[in-house]
Design a protein around this ligand. Structure first.
Ligand code: NI
Length: 179
């Protein structure tokens, strides 16, 4: 088990579509263990495999509150079968630095998934739980929550991000010059 680096937008891997998991083996268990370590360390409510550079259809989440005992949920090859209603709430992402925005999602969804042993099951989710699932499923399609924003909001984010990246590059350069 290990804490892995979380890729940040605009890393190109975050824009790639993940592959269906076909082997339910030790590699999958190791991937999920690393994802859990990384998510709890961040900390975040959810993490998708592409965020640590692995293009596999695996997402994890823990939607319990701080006061409750944590409960890790692992979805392998998840699919939204049905969505209804709508909710709008603030979203952030471990791969989108220093930015949150209101995003519209289904209020209620029906999901088909496999577990780590490859067994299939279906369940319903609503509210915050349904929101986290929809957010994480975007990741395995190469989508990010910023894709759901108005072009104006997205432009604002991109401008802010570019400035950050310029500053990071400048810092690195200064460090090199001082060595
Ligand atoms: Ni995210």
């Amino acid at each position: 088990m290990a804490i892995r680096e979380i890729l940040k937008h605009p890393h190109p891997t975050l824009r790639k579509k993940s592959k269906v998991v076909t082997e339910f083996d030790d590699n999958l268990r190791k991937l999920v263990a690393d994802m859990a370590d990384t998510m709890y360390d961040a900390p975040g409510a959810g993490l998708a495999a592409p965020q640590i550079g692995v293009l596999q259809r695996v997402v994890i989440m823990d939607v319990t509150s701080k006061e409750e005992e944590g409960q890790l949920i692992v979805l392998v090859n998840p699919v939204i079968l049905h969505g209804e209603g709508s909710q709008v709430d603030e979203e952030g992402c471990l791969s989108v630095v220093d930015f949150t925005a209101k995003v519209k999602r289904f209020e209620k969804i029906r999901v088909r998934t496999q577990n780590m042993a490859g067994e299939e099951n279906e369940f319903e989710a609503e509210g915050w739980f349904a929101r986290v699932i929809q957010h994480e499923l975007d990741h395995i399609e190469g989508a990010l929550f910023i894709d759901h924003l108005s072009s104006l909001k997205r432009a604002l984010y991109k401008k802010q991000r570019k400035k950050q990246l310029r500053e990071e590059m400048k810092l690195e350069k200064d460090q090199v010059n001082h060595d």
